[in-house]
Design a protein around this ligand. Structure first.
Ligand SMILES: CC(=O)N[C@H](C=O)[C@@H](O)[C@H](O)[C@H](O)COP(=O)(O)O
Length: 221
């Protein structure tokens, strides 16, 4: 999978219950369109969407389940329960929240990583800071993604991708660094590659038309 995604574009196709495009059928079509446009892999949320996207594209999938627990802020593949559900989809990689925050049910990050590996599935660590990325590498994750940078109370919030962090991580880590989060334009994508990213995930700018529309509307306010 890493040879396939190196230097290319991964598209995130996600629409939760509260979003207008929430539907596996629609996400399947969205992923098909992404493939036609040249995407080499898809990041997707939920078992139904993943199965549908596998059917429509046959591309490698980074699977996640977003679920809220009352005892933790973590919501991207938070526990073993979500991993077990994802393992049945035959997705090639599972992305998990690898931030420093307290996990639901008192679970431990290392156990979750080992559990994913026990299914022969790769682990992508969604991090928000340099230290979390280093920790994820030390715990045996296969790659890290900058997904949560700006989404934890203690990480820097940038309007576009955090190029400084991407550069530092790409220079210092030995596992692949995937740029993800707020890559809003083709120029942002070029920038993350110029700063050493191994691969990159683009979501909202391609697959959330409500947000794309809003940007146009804001431009004429
Ligand atoms: C923070 C969080 O929950 N991010 C989610 C992770 O799966 C998705 O909602 C994002 O769309 C994805 O990371 C891609 O980022 P962007 O949509 O900015 O291109």
């Amino acid at each position: 999978m890493f040879t396939q995604i190196k230097g290319k574009l991964i598209v995130s196709c996600q629409a939760l219950e509260n979003e207008p495009l929430h539907s596996s059928f629609v996400m399947g079509k969205m992923a098909k369109a992404a493939k036609e446009g040249g995407a080499v892999a898809i990041r997707a949320q939920g078992v139904e969407d993943i199965l549908e996207i596998k059917k429509t594209t046959n591309l490698p999938i980074i699977g996640i389940i977003k679920r809220n627990y009352s005892d933790s802020e973590i919501y991207i593949t938070p526990t073993k329960k979500e991993v077990e559900e994802l393992s049945k989809t035959k997705c090639e990689m599972i992305a998990i929240d690898a931030t420093d925050r307290v996990r639901p049910n008192g679970e431990i990050l290392k156990d979750l990583i080992d559990y994913i590996h026990s299914f022969d599935i790769l682990v992508m660590a969604d991090i928000s800071t340099y230290e979390e990325a280093l920790n994820a590498q030390n715990l045996g994750c296969d790659c890290i993604s900058t997904t949560l940078c700006g989404y934890t109370s203690y990480s820097e919030n940038h309007e576009g991708p955090n190029l400084e962090l991407i550069k530092k991580l790409s220079d210092e880590l030995y596992i692949p660094v995937i740029a993800e989060g707020r890559i809003n334009t083709p120029k942002d994508l070029k920038d993350v590659y110029e700063n050493g990213a191994f691969s990159a995930v683009v979501g909202s700018a391609i697959t959330r038309p409500q947000l794309i529309t809003e940007k146009f509307v804001n431009a004429i306010k």
